[in-house]
Write a protein that binds this ligand. Structure first.
Ligand code: NAP
Length: 244
């Protein structure tokens, strides 16, 4: 039986690439989405056409009950979960002084509450089996802070703290917890920045290019694989060297 990987926010962008990569690595993949059911289903079709196993699960990761129900449904349909990648995310550029409380709380809810709900829902299975891997998707802005993205940077920094603390708590149960902190990656999230800004950001990176979703997916694949069996509580940064 294939091991099972649940990826949140896998209907598009980085999450989609992670789902394709982990399916190629031999996992049965649970594709979480919030609004883009068609894209999630199309991704599952593609994985199945390539001989893999995949199923789509709609759920807003900010909804505690819905996350529990999703984890139950994934377990029933595909089997117990070996890998959780909390990738679902939103972005917003705005002056700190213009942020509403709702905007602040929504940012924390998707990234931080979502990580809490998903990790807490999968961990009992992992701890009982003494086997499991969690990867949280942070950002370079969680490492260095981004102007006009204070709420985003705060949420992404929180994920790094969560990674380190949780890694210590569940390490004795043979569950590893790691984090990726991507640089600037070409997805719908960054498309709104405009080509001029994206070109400038690419030039700022020592490797002189933007990242691709596949660059991040390969880092995740490494972290959950046997080659990383002695690595936990770490932040791996597929970022072209823009933050060193
Ligand atoms: P994206 O293209 O905008 O895709 C975001 C994904 O998250 C979509 O699948 C979306 O689902 C899902 N999502 C959003 N809110 C959700 C919720 N409440 N519940 C469940 N799913 C939700 O973004 P991306 O660029 O691939 O980013 C993926 C992750 O990487 C995010 O955490 C982002 O912060 C992080 N990141 C991105 C970059 C970058 O440069 N792109 C850099 C560093 C870190 P639906 O479409 O179905 O609604």
């Amino acid at each position: 039986m294939k091991r099972v990987a649940l990826i949140t926010g896998a209907s598009r962008g980085i999450g989609r690439a992670i789902a394709l990569q982990l399916a190629a690595d031999g996992y049965a993949v649970a594709v979480n989405y919030r609004t883009h059911a068609d894209e999630a289903e199309a991704l599952c079709d593609r994985i199945r056409q390539q001989g893999g196993t995949a199923a789509a699960f709609g759920c807003d990761v900010t909804d505690e009950q819905a996350v529990s129900a999703m984890v139950q449904a994934v377990t029933q349909q595909l089997g117990e979960i070996s890998v959780l990648v909390h990738n679902a995310g939103i972005a917003q550029q705005k002056l700190f002084t213009d942020l509403s409380a709702d905007e602040w709380h929504r940012m924390m809810a998707v990234h931080v509450d979502g990580a809490f709900y998903t990790c807490r829902a999968v961990l009992p299975q992992m701890i009982a089996r003494h086997e499991g891997n969690i990867v949280l998707v942070s950002s370079m802005w969680g490492q260095v802070g981004g102007s006009c993205e204070v709420h985003y940077s705060t949420a992404k920094a929180a994920l790094i703290g969560l990674t380190k603390a949780l890694a210590k708590e569940v390490g004795p149960s043979s569950v590893r917890v790691n984090c990726v902190a991507p640089g600037v990656i070409r997805t719908e999230m960054t498309a709104g920045l405009g080509e001029d800004t994206l070109t400038e950001l690419a030039q700022e990176a020592p490797l002189c290019r933007l990242g691709t979703p596949e660059d991040v997916a390969k880092a995740v694949s490494f972290l959950v694989g046997d080659g990383a069996s002695f690595i936990t509580g770490q932040v791996l940064a597929p970022n072209g060297g823009i933050v060193i």
